[in-house]
Design a binder for this molecule. Structure first.
Ligand code: GDD
Ligand code: MN
Length: 387
């Protein structure tokens, strides 16, 4: 077989009802374009791979990759692209939401030697495109996501969330080993990893899903933000640490509110026998404890979502987090005392300011120390399979 003009990569998960319809439509739409079709199925419980394999018996240009030990949209697309032979690589959903009628124009745009376009995006946001009957809520999400991408990425793309695009083979070959295979946003990877890539958007009308259901879940939003961040700043500070620091800053707020709540509830004040310390406010440890608990849960669902604790593991996790937080207090306090008594920054800063600076150094070291302890112990990322 000579090199096909296009390889159409179709990731599938539980799309047994949709796949035959899509393959039939693609066959008609691409009748005049030498093409191959690669279905990448992650061993769908509904047997999508079986349905596709059955069809491939009578169809020379259809291949099915059944992945047994992996799951995920982006990694499925990368697997399909790695096996593809075409001059350009197209990606489209298998659920009939993407209009295959736009494909020929997208393919010709990318392969036209005079246009130099390297990436054609099936777009709901340009002339000829529309969101169809997409619900208001999801349209709004799409709009927010697009606005964020515009702020973070060097290019202006109207529909950066699109899962429908055609890219030149060379672009993939060149950046394949830099693509982050986690997540949903494979298109963003091509845009973000190839500064200066020439893009054209081709309008199409988004259709509603008729069979099966969406695999897009709450974590998709989180993963999208991480993908954007990583592309822009990931090489400086890891996104995991940024999320951890963000959660930490909400902890400061909870800590303050906890103190206020404690005072409002008239939590007792104690006498310790050390007149200089009395009365001891119970509201302070109350605020600290509250923030440890909220920090644990936020970190569990935001920072370490991939290895989050569920069910009874939450108790063990909270205990570990609590202990490490105590360690953090000890680190901060010791660093502060050491720097203070050894005269660190003395002569450079006025005495009062110096104590603030030394305390800040203590806080930073404690945060970084706690981060690594939580990363490796509480949520022990090492050796865990990635989601
Ligand atoms: N192999 C494989 N593995 N395929 C998957 C997986 C997976 O883990 N998860 C989803 N798919 C397939 C689905 O079967 C479908 O063909 C396609 O990927 C998109 O999944 P949907 O569940 O239909 O996603 P969506 O319609 O909510 O999201 C689509 O539209 C978004 C725009 O709003 C996708 O195209 C997104 O990429 C796009 O951003
Ligand atoms: Mn869909």
């Amino acid at each position: 077989m000579s090199q096909p003009r296009v390889s159409v990569i179709i990731p599938t998960y539980n799309e047994a009802e949709n796949v035959p319809i899509l393959l039939e439509r693609l066959g008609r739409t691409l009748a005049d374009i030498p093409h191959e079709i690669i279905v990448v199925d992650d061993n769908s419980p509904d047997g999508t791979w079986q349905v596709a394999e059955q069809i491939s018996l009578n169809s020379a240009n259809l291949r099915v990759i059944r992945r047994l030990n992996e799951r995920g949209l982006s990694s499925a697309v990368v697997a399909g692209m790695s096996a593809a032979k075409g001059q350009c690589l197209a990606v489209m959903d298998s659920d009939l939401q993407h209009d295959e009628a736009a494909l020929p124009e997208m393919i010709e745009t990318v392969l036209a030697p005079d246009q130099k376009v390297e990436l054609a995006i099936g777009s709901r946001g340009v002339a000829g495109g529309s969101y169809g009957d997409f619900s208001k809520g999801r349209r709004f999400m799409s709009w927010v996501a697009a606005a964020m991408a515009r702020m973070m990425l060097p290019v202006n793309v109207k529909d950066p969330m699109s899962g429908f695009f055609v890219v030149r083979r060379e672009v993939f070959v060149e950046c394949a080993d830099r693509i982050n295979p986690l997540g949903f946003k494979i298109l963003l990877e091509f845009i973000g990893r190839n500064p200066g890539i020439k893009i054209k958007e081709v309008g199409y009308s988004f259709r509603l899903r008729e069979h099966g259901e969406t695999k897009l879940s709450g974590s998709v939003i989180r993963n999208y933000i991480i993908a954007l961040y990583d592309m822009r700043f990931g090489q400086y500070v890891s996104s995991t640490f940024m999320m951890y620091a963000f959660v930490g800053s909400t902890g400061v707020l909870v800590n303050l509110l906890g103190f206020a709540l404690g005072e409002f509830l008239r939590l007792p004040r104690f006498t310790s026998g050390l007149p200089a310390l009395d009365p001891l406010y119970l509201s302070v440890p109350f605020g600290i404890q509250l923030s440890i608990i909220t920090n644990y849960f936020l970190n569990n669902y935001i920072t370490f979502y991939e290895s989050r604790h569920k069910g009874s593991a939450l108790v063990k996790g909270l205990v570990l987090f609590q202990i490490i937080s105590m360690v953090g207090i000890v680190i901060q306090w010791s660093v502060f005392q050491l720097l203070q008594t050894n005269g660190f920054l003395a002569g450079m800063l006025e005495e009062n300011l110096r104590s603030y600076a030394n305390n800040a150094i203590g806080i930073i070291l404690a945060t970084v120390g706690n981060y690594y302890l939580n990363l490796n112990v509480t949520w022990g990322l090492r050796g865990k399979p990635s989601a």
